[in-house]
Ligand binder design. Structure first.
Ligand code: FE2
Ligand code: FE2
Length: 197
């Protein structure tokens, strides 16, 4: 399951980098592609908020309760997930307004987008540097099996089944790209070809 979380992070890092480039173009040249940014934000809502963070919450709640024997109510990870969800909603609402021809000053949008990028990056860094190494060091194979049994999408799933579910549910990096994300997927494909040349 840790492997799945790391894999999601690799994909999210690609999107964060894409947003950083768009943010720089916006700040330096006033260039902005709202629909591209909207697609990335939609993906964050569709997959990261609804699935990726939920899986992390299940694992971390189990860890706090059964391995650390702590109160799982007030954990920093769950609080960050709520904060991210709220911040993503705010950015999505702003994008909606802009795409519906409301006048939002460019610098206000740039500030909100910058805040979104930094929150996403620092959250992922916190998980990669602190949360995931701690889980890896302290959770036993039977703990992981117990977590798999609580898996929100497929209870009792083996690793391979959980992986297949993640690939099926991921509408951008998964088995099948959803219609809504085809443009974004094309763009990512072109970027990866440029990087690998
Ligand atoms: Fe997370
Ligand atoms: Fe994460």
């Amino acid at each position: 399951m840790l492997e799945l979380i790391h894999n999601d992070h690799k994909n999210l890092a690609i999107l964060i980098q894409l947003l950083r480039e768009r943010h720089a173009a916006l700040v330096e040249k006033g260039e902005v592609n709202y629909s591209l940014i909207r697609d990335v934000v939609d993906y964050m809502q569709d997959y990261a908020d609804k699935y990726h963070h939920k899986v992390e919450d299940v694992v971390y709640d189990y860890y706090l309760t059964h391995v650390c024997h702590q109160d799982a109510e007030n954990n920093k990870l769950a609080q960050e997930h709520k904060k991210l969800e709220l911040n993503t909603d705010e950015l999505r609402t702003m994008l909606d307004m802009i795409l519906n021809d409301c006048v939002i000053p460019l610098d206000q949008f740039a500030e909100k987008l910058g805040e979104f990028i930094e929150l996403q990056q620092s959250h992922m860094d916190y998980e990669e540097e602190h949360v995931l190494p701690e889980l890896e060091a302290k959770m036993s194979p039977s703990d992981w099996q117990a977590v798999a049994d609580q898996f929100p999408v497929c209870p009792g799933a083996t690793f391979e089944e959980a992986k297949a579910t993640a690939q099926r549910l991921d509408p951008l990096f998964g088995q099948q790209v959803a219609e809504q994300y085809k443009e974004l997927a094309k763009r990512l494909q072109k970027r990866s070809e440029c990087v690998s040349v």
